[in-house]
Design a protein around this ligand. Sequence first.
Ligand code: NAD
Length: 246
Amino acid sequence: MTQKTALITGAARGIGLATARLLSDRGWRVVLADIDGDELSRVVGSFADAKAIPCDVSDPDQVAAMVEGAVAWSGRIDALVNNAGIADFRPMAETDLQTWRRIMSVNLDGVFLCSQAAIPHLARAGGAIVNVASISGLRASTLRVAYGTSKAAVIHLTRQQAAELGQQGIRANCVAPGPVDTKLALAVHSPAIRAAYHDAIPLNRYGREDEIAQAIAFLCSDQASYITGQVLAADGGFEATGVGLP
Ligand code: NAD
């Protein structure tokens, strides 16, 4: 059987690294891309069959080189996981244009650029795109004007991709994680936000990186062969209840 290859962005730590590990454990070859080249080199040695490619997903030239590097290494891309993302929580009045643009350029432009560059390879493989959005893209709350808007756009971009790329045999889906204790969340989740999530989530806890990875890996796999254009909330039930955050 042909061994499949997944290209995962933001794979040096957190949800991206957990996804790379899970896919690798399931027999995929994995390309780990991240802006943090040092951390990438540190983690890639622990994989049996992996390639590390430093890349800022908001830079078109670096993205083109990343996709070329992945194909030069493996000859194919069966799944693209657009996971790289950044967060900055602050009130709208304090969100300067530079912050807004940086969030959009990584969280939204990054998904667009990586997907566009990978299309020919995904089409050849009959592959899949999995974009990592957020429950903040499904439900509005305070402090997330840039982050939440970028993730809502990723959800719609996923649907656009499914509509357009289905004709080429490419599926596109989206995972919307609830809160997970990664470096990203630890930086922006105040004690008040943590308490609010605990109360609002039916399972009354944060998710784990490996739980989000399971949802991503499913959508990458042939088990999801007739699923495209969907948003899978891996969020302990948060989205289902309608209980609000402050
Ligand atoms: P994380 O900060 O642990 O990991 C993000 C990774 O992306 C890091 O390794 C970082 O170096 C990399 N990265 C950042 N900017 C990049 C760029 N321009 N180019 C390439 N790589 C870049 O955070 P995480 O929680 O694992 O986040 C992964 C994804 O999950 C993000 O898209 C995030 O928005 C989303 N998400 C996280 C949570 C959460 O609570 N942790 C909830 C919902 C959605």
